[in-house]
Write a protein that binds this ligand. Sequence first.
Ligand code: HEC
Ligand SMILES: [Cu+2]
Length: 471
Amino acid sequence: MKTKIPRMMAAGALISLAQAQSAEDLPLKGEETAILTHAPDVPPPLSRKHPTRVKVEIEVTEVVKRMADGVDYTFWTFGGSVPGKFIRVRQNDEVDFTLKNHPTSKMPHNIDLHAVTGPGGGAKATFTAPGHQTNFTFKALNPGLYIYHCATAPVGMHIANGMYGLILVEPKEGLAPVDREYYVVQGDFYTTGKYGEPGLQGFSMEKALAENPDYVVFNGSVGSMAGDNAIRAEKGETVRLFVGNGGPNLVSSFHVIGEIFDKVYTEGGTRFQENVQTTLVPAGGSAICEFKLDTDGDYILVDHSIFRAFNKGALGVLDVSGPGDLAVFSGQKSDTVYLPEGGAVQTIPSDTKPAAAAATRDERIAAGKSIYAANCAACHMPEGQGMPAAFPPLAKSDYLNADVDRAISVVLHGLQGEITVNGGTYNSVMPTLGLDDESVANVLTFVYSQWDNKGATVTPAQVAKVREAGK
Ligand code: HEC
Ligand SMILES: [Cu+2]
């Protein structure tokens, strides 16, 4: 073994060899059993200043669990859930690892820990038939955050069924203290039925080969970190996320909506990048993301390959309690109508010919119905019911029914200032819509024919008169 010459000595600094060696590491001392946790929990930081012999025991089980509401799946697990249990050791620890495969398992399993230096990361050494247990030891030479996974053939299938987790090897000087630590692992799942199809779903080898998952989730199921299961913190606290990606196929664009990572130890290594929005977490890789919570609210963990988040499940919630800091984030301060035309009468330039003129009242109502859906329903609502304090109702509207010419004028020119409709006060802005006379006649004939209104028929000639009057 080569003796490392400390750089300071090479630089000619006065430093004794004894001092240099003690800077290396202390000798192995004592023995302990590792505390293992289920996601999203993380075992407590190690306070040891020396390496030790650490016993780690993990039991593999094949269990039916919830993938999404109404959807079950047979997961193969390290410790009963996906991801497998979080293992936390110190650099230079000697890890005494036992893998137990429950007698009810149908498959043999093993474990390849990326923190292991040695053939297969321990896979061959831990090949374990149902009802057996195996053991090996390894020295945790390199600090970092590492994925472990099953590597029994067919490897892809074992990983696709949830056989992965994280092992943290703390550097000998430890990690900087933070207020909260959480454990988050992404995985992609391939089911015989499509997303949301209820019942117990089988594994689809075809979809796995095509890398076309039905589910992409954090911590083994849709909603594992939402609602009552959201992870929590308080404003002002510092948070460290140990993020892993089990794959088997997809690379994660890990992002927390509304937060910026102060530090990311990219790929789970020793160096950090600062002020990161989104970090790539490779399949079979990891990242450590650290940030301070400067204000309160819900922060959404996503894979920013965004259909995965909103349509396949890769979404979690960090619920941060206040009080918030309004200087950091005010929330919405106003919502007003934006009128780029300045409210002046305009006609929408159109390269299509105007619709054929309606001849009968029924034709007007039919044409008016689609004009309403396209131009009015967004504010006045599809059934004309309006929105309290924002958009007055057109259904059974006393304002509308009292004066047809005035209603025409509103649609032609828009309206602003305080009005009272059915006893409710509105003081807002209706924009100028730029409809031609035929369209105004049709939409108002439609509105008057609906929702208990008084049934007036409005003609283009009548609209033209109001337009000429310029009101
Ligand atoms: C961008 C939202 C918006 C759109 C689109 C809109 N309106 Fe309005 N409308 C309003 C608001 C707001 C008022 C009340 C203005 C005020 O407070 O002075 C109003 C008032 C009215 C009134 C008078 C009050 C009442 O309830 O009887 C009528 C009639 C009316 N709109 C018809 C229409 C028709 C018909 C269309 C579609 C051609 C339409 N509006 C499109 C927002 C809208
Ligand atoms: Cu396995």
